[in-house]
Design a protein around this ligand. Sequence first.
Ligand SMILES: [Zn+2]
Length: 288
Amino acid sequence: MDKLIKTISESGSFRAYVLDSTETVRTAQEKHNTLSSSTVALGRTLIANQILAANQKGESKITVKVIGNSSFGHIISVADTKGHVKGYIQNPGVDIKKTATGEVLVGPFMGQGQFVSIIDYGTGNPYTSSTPLISGEIGEDFAYYLTESEQTPSAVGLNVLLDEEDKVKVAGGFMLQVLPGASEEEIARYEKRIQEMPAISTLLESDDHIEALLNAIYGDEPFKRLSEEELSFECDCSRERFENALLTLGKDELQAMKDEDHGAEIVCQFCQTKYEFSEADLEELIND
Ligand SMILES: [Zn+2]
């Protein structure tokens, strides 16, 4: 089971989240049949959303959209505050690697665009904010978003590593934030450690990457573990939800679907589950 661990420095001036998102991204890859670059881009977006969702209280819904104008198209993800996330990428077929190293490329194929978050506290008045993509690598774009939009200086590292067959090997990351009251000396110490930190890919390759990340973030500084939360890829779609969507089309449209198409098939874009509606099902909806 994937998990997110919340920690705080003993001084109370820094907080860090560390995540294992391997199963989440593996499930996303299986559901959407994504090729290498699309897997990494979608996976990084899901991890960013898991971090953002962990920052919310109550029963909110958190949407992250990474909207670039190049190969990937839009990447859309929705999370709740119970550790569930779902998402999809418009183009699952991007598969571009450096010839020499086999490194999977993401940033150059994102293009120009925006990192958008929509936080819905259930009040019917969702809070939307966005910042421009600065590199298209998603982790950097997310850190920029946190620092600019939420006004909290943040360091973020997140990635998805693939095996020889381009299947997900490990996925995860961290977020470190400076809280009010941090001293100059403390900030300097953390900054130095973050700068000297091994690459996120190297840390993810460790036997226990959660511990490796915590060690890289805190070094010898004492810190407390506040909580451990389970994470998973879950879609909340249902037949009933799509029935309601069909009902909004109106009688004429449903009648046409019945007479001309002899039924309807709806595929959930977040999880690829297929819902079939026969002529009899449509008739029932028409009479509703
Ligand atoms: Zn679904």
